[in-house]
Design a protein around this ligand. Structure first.
Ligand SMILES: [Zn+2]
Ligand SMILES: [Zn+2]
Length: 458
């Protein structure tokens, strides 16, 4: 067996699969105790010092924080202090239930759907002391990790081409390791939406496993041969966005696309501007469009069936969110905290948009106690979505439609919008639409990343 290659040292020239370290229980979770049950095969226990030993299947290993260090209890033995504990299984085929079992792991960290679940982890399970709690790292082959990611990101009932495309994109995003995340932690990426959702092997199914196997080593490269930082989002709404409009930075190889068949009439909306915005959002064309992420290609109920976790009350291709003036004022005051002394909201307007219509500068015009106008800016796509909804607005591609009383005062503001998410890179609902139309994963990847190259690098 060759020495494992870390994703941090990996490049396309390496020619082989790296191992990835995923944070499962994080320091920030503050878990004083973590319980692991060893895999269904005998595995090796390494306590960081002294000889390793073999543990029978199903042995309980309990790690506890004590005095800033780690104490490890194996089965019914007395707990001992150790710098770390590594449970190392024998090498073998990935199976859904053969791995180590870890109890009460947080899923959906920081979101309203946060809960605790039990997970099964293939590969090495490593326990370390953190500052606030025990840290659990899962070290495993990248391809095994990816099979878990695609089953956590979407349902195994999806068409194979969609799962394959998702796998290629997740592989490229992980290997690009562009965004500086968790730099001071003993893992490369975490297990949640902050990075990519990964919940071990419990939901693994033959479709997802097949998709990972068929695309093994396939990823997207930038024009200069680097790994593409392949962003993706739920629905572009018809046109995808540039990284500059969303994050203020260039990403080589990522360019916006019209999410429709070649030469489709929808191309006339590129780029979306104030002049064509109303027609883009509500023109008659919307009822019959063959845009891949439109409900004509992917019915709303199919989104729920294939992508899971959807608020089925709405349609993400086009949506509406409406506020009475006082309701919107209360929202802005609560979210911005810079509205003291401001008496009444007079206007809300978009000052800058990207090519998909996604706003990145919004202005709220207020009137102060003396009747003078005061303008407050909301900058960045993320901040706009955070501020203009009690939770999070579907996207920042919206038109502001104000209603006014006879004296011109604002009474209501309606946001009419398109898409779900930042809209950069692959559109997951559109990719589902392409797969339902019979396109293969290569066609899907080339459609969303026309300037990138598909290559099998190991
Ligand atoms: Zn993360
Ligand atoms: Zn789309």
């Amino acid at each position: 067996m060759s020495t494992p290659l870390s994703v941090r040292d990996w490049s396309p020239a390496a020619g082989r699969e790296p191992v990835v370290r995923i944070g499962i229980v994080l320091d920030e979770d503050g878990d004083a105790v973590v319980r692991v049950k060893t895999p269904t095969a005998p595995c090796r226990l390494d306590l960081g010092a002294g000889p390793t030993r073999v543990l029978p299947p199903g042995t309980a290993v309990i790690a506890t924080m004590a005095g800033g260090g780690l104490r490890v209890q194996v089965g019914n033995e007395a707990a001992v202090a150790a710098p770390l504990a590594r449970v190392v299984p024998p090498e073998g085929e990935l199976t859904p239930d053969g791995g180590a079992r870890v109890h009460d792991v947080i899923a959906g960290r920081g979101f309203h759907w946060q809960r605790r679940i039990d997970v099964t982890l293939a590969g090495v399970v490593e326990l370390r002391p953190g500052r606030r709690g025990v840290v659990l790292v899962n070290e495993l082959a990248l391809e095994d990790y990816l099979a878990g990611v695609i089953t956590a990101e979407m349902s195994g009932a999806c068409p194979a081409a969609l799962l394959e495309a998702q796998c290629v994109v997740a592989r490229a995003w992980l290997l690009a390791l562009t965004e500086p995340k968790h730099t001071d932690e003993p893992y490369d990426r975490c297990n949640d939406d902050c990075c990519q959702r990964y919940q071990g092997t419990d939901d693994l199914n033959p479709t997802a496993l097949g998709a990972a196997r068929r695309t093994r080593g396939v990823l997207l490269l930038t024009p200069s041969g680097g790994v593409l930082d392949a962003n993706y989002a739920k629905s572009c709404g018809g046109i995808s966005e540039t990284p500059v409009a969303v994050w203020g930075l260039e990403k080589p190889g990522i360019s916006p696309v019209v999410d429709a068949p070649p030469n489709a009439p929808e191309r006339r909306f590129f780029p979306v501007t104030e002049a064509n915005l109303d027609e883009y959002l509500d023109g008659d064309w919307v009822r019959t469009t063959r845009c891949y992420c439109s409900p004509n290609v992917v019915p709303v109920e199919a989104i729920g069936r294939f992508l899971g976790r959807v608020d089925t009350t709405d349609d993400y291709f086009r949506w509406t969110k409406s506020y009475g003036r006082e309701e919107l004022e209360a929202l802005l005051r609560a979210k911005l905290g810079d509205a003291d002394g401001l008496v009444e909201l007079r206007d809300l307007r978009v000052r800058a948009r990207g090519v998909s219509g996604r706003a990145y500068i919004v202005e709220a015009e207020w009137r102060d106690a003396r009747g003078a106008p005061v303008v407050r800016r909301i900058e960045s796509e993320y901040r706009i979505r955070q501020v203009l909804h009690p939770k999070f607005l579907y996207s920042s591609a919206f038109a502001v439609r104000p209603e006014r009383a006879a004296d011109g005062r604002l009474t209501r503001v309606t946001l009419r919008g398109a898409g779900w998410g930042h809209g950069v890179g692959l559109c997951q609902i559109g990719a589902l639409g392409m797969a339902l139309c019979g396109h293969d994963y290569e066609t899907i990847c080339r459609h969303y990343y026309p300037k990138a190259a598909l290559a099998r690098v190991y």
